[in-house]
Design a protein around this ligand. Structure first.
Ligand code: GDP
Ligand code: MG
Length: 507
């Protein structure tokens, strides 16, 4: 998402490192470059302008701390301003956790979703429902988009998917009146009526959270805004979330402004963050609309949603990685005992293909290999052009699954005829099976060596291995080693992964 902005900022820091102090002329030159990079990333021009101006003011005339190079000093300054740009507090000792969704008793907490057509409202309803379900809260999704019966059906499908695909105790209910679509556009207030009926149903069922999936249009217009204002004033939702497609850049920001003026939204959910866009919307939306980003959508699947942390995002842009998020993801998947057992096995070089298969499945539930590796400090930029083939992982899984338990424990015993059978069973060829067992042997040795290493060198090793895996082979196997230790070193990473920079007084 922020590749180009990241590159340009890092280029500036590198250049500045050659100087003994930060002078007005070299900062001015640097800021010209940063400004162009931001504009090129489709950042709103006023935002780019004020961002660079603030950094100039922070930097000029500041004596470089003895232990820091001017480049490093500048990273600190830019990091603070990025945190601020995303709506965080750069002076806070510890960042406040992102505000969650209100808990009311008796419920329900009412959430109204709004946004342009295709921005991802319906999908995001399902993602929020899944997130709440994980927290043990019951949810009702209500179809208040009556433009087409298909839109009502889509929400019902999403609610069913959230129930079947996502783990967690509570249920996701659905409320819809598809037959009312015929009245839409003729009678005023059909959508409002349905929302009221849904609220009644939600109260009767005693659900904790009611989410209203409202209609969108291709562009902001009075009719739509009138309808949405009606829903807002009659239902008095506790949260109004605006869903914004990150791919639409400045247009998205302009429409967000219009929505916010009419509906006073309390947060933006930026979708399609996984796409290859330039990041302009993400960098401008808070400054232009005043509404902070609360969640980001990172894929089409229902579990592809993350809470937005300004400080962590700033860290990702500056190539500092986001170890904290990675640790949190790992902690959701691995228990403490599992992690300990695994680490002991790894240190002894006893990790077998069964453990490997389990870990690989766990990791793949956390996200794509590239997105995970990108969260390690310094790795993101190193692998950004790398094409990590997720299908390679499918093949690896299939090959291991075609092996007997004995073979998984000691891949060395696999001889030629068995290789052929495994290849047949997994739709691969014997050479690939041979390559897998050979590489696995190598990895076992490497893991043994890694047992005694610190976290820093593990990350460096993971980076190296990711590079090696890029050409195919075991595609990203290297990341596993580094990830396995995360659970245990979680607290440590929290302290050292994303550094807090104290504000320094200007002279
Ligand atoms: N890659 C990606 N696609 C998304 C994301 N959120 C939504 N989409 C896709 O965007 C399209 C429109 O989504 P939908 O929920 O129907 O939008 P709505 O018209 O606002 O309700 C669908 O194809 C979704 O799968 C996301 O975070 N990442
Ligand atoms: Mg929809």
């Amino acid at each position: 998402m922020f590749d180009r902005v990241s590159d340009s900022l890092n280029g500036v820091f590198k250049k500045l490192s050659g100087n003994s102090a930060i002078s007005e002329s070299n900062v001015r030159e640097a800021m010209d470059e940063v400004r162009s990079a931001l504009l090129e990333a489709d950042v709103h021009f006023e935002v780019a302008e004020s961002f660079c101006k603030k950094i100039m003011e922070d930097a000029v005339g500041r004596e470089v701390t003895k232990s820091l190079k001017p480049g490093q000093e500048m990273i600190g300054i830019v990091h603070r301003r990025l945190v601020e740009l995303f709506g965080g507090d750069p002076d806070a000792e510890q960042q406040a956790p992102p505000p969650g969704i209100m808990k009311l008793s008796p419920g329900p907490t009412v959430i109204m979703m709004c946004g342009l057509q295709g921005s991802g409202k319906t999908t995001t309803c399902g993602k929020l429902a899944g997130m709440l379900k994980k927290q043990g809260r019951s949810v009702m999704l209500a179809a208040a988009d009556l433009q087409r019966p298909a839109a009502v059906e889509q929400l019902e499908t999403v609610a069913n998917q959230a129930n079947t695909e996502l783990s967690g105790g509570s249920q996701v209910h659905f409320y819809g009146e598809p037959d009312k679509c015929a009245e839409y556009g003729k009678a005023v207030g059909v959508a409002v009526k349905i929302c009221q009926n849904a609220l009644k149903a939600a109260r009767e069922k005693g659900v904790d959270v009611l989410i209203l999936d409202t209609a969108g249009r291709l562009h902001v217009n009075d009719e739509l805004m009138g309808e949405l204002r009606g829903v807002r004033s009659m239902l008095q939702p506790h949260h109004v979330f605006l869903v914004v497609d990150a791919m639409t850049g400045q247009d998205a920001v302009n429409s967000a402004k219009a929505f916010h003026e009419q509906l006073a939204v309390d947060g933006v959910i930026l979708t399609k963050f996984d796409s290859d866009t330039r990041g302009g919307a993400a960098l401008s939306v808070k400054e232009v609309t005043g509404a902070p980003i609360r969640y980001i959508g990172v894929g089409e699947k229902l579990d592809a949603i993350e809470a937005f942390h300004p400080e962590r995002m700033a860290g990702r842009i500056l190539g500092m990685g986001d170890v904290v998020s990675l640790v949190e993801k790992a902690q959701q998947e691995v228990t403490e005992e599992d992690a300990k057992a695994l680490e002991a096995k790894m240190a002894k070089g006893e990790l077998d293909m069964n453990d490997f298969l389990k870990q690989m499945k766990m990791m793949r539930r956390m996200g794509s290999m590239k997105s995970l590796l990108g969260m390690l400090p310094g790795v993101g930029s190193a692998i950004k052009d790398l094409d990590i083939d997720e299908k390679e992982l499918d093949r690896t899984e299939a090959m291991i699954q075609s092996m007997t338990m004995e073979e998984r424990k000691k891949p060395g015993v696999i001889k030629h005829t068995r290789k052929q059978r495994i290849a047949k069973g997994s739709g691969t060829d014997p050479n690939q099976v041979g390559k897998l067992t050979k590489q696995f042997g190598m990895m076992q040795k490497m893991m043994k060596a890694m047992g005694g290493m610190g976290a820093g060198s593990k990350a460096a090793m993971a980076q190296q291995m990711a590079g090696a895996a890029g050409g195919g082979g075991m595609g990203g196997m290297g990341g596993l080693g580094a990830l396995a230790g995360l659970r245990k070193s979680g607290t440590k990473a929290k302290k050292s992964g994303v550094k807090k920079r104290k504000p320094k007084k200007r002279r």
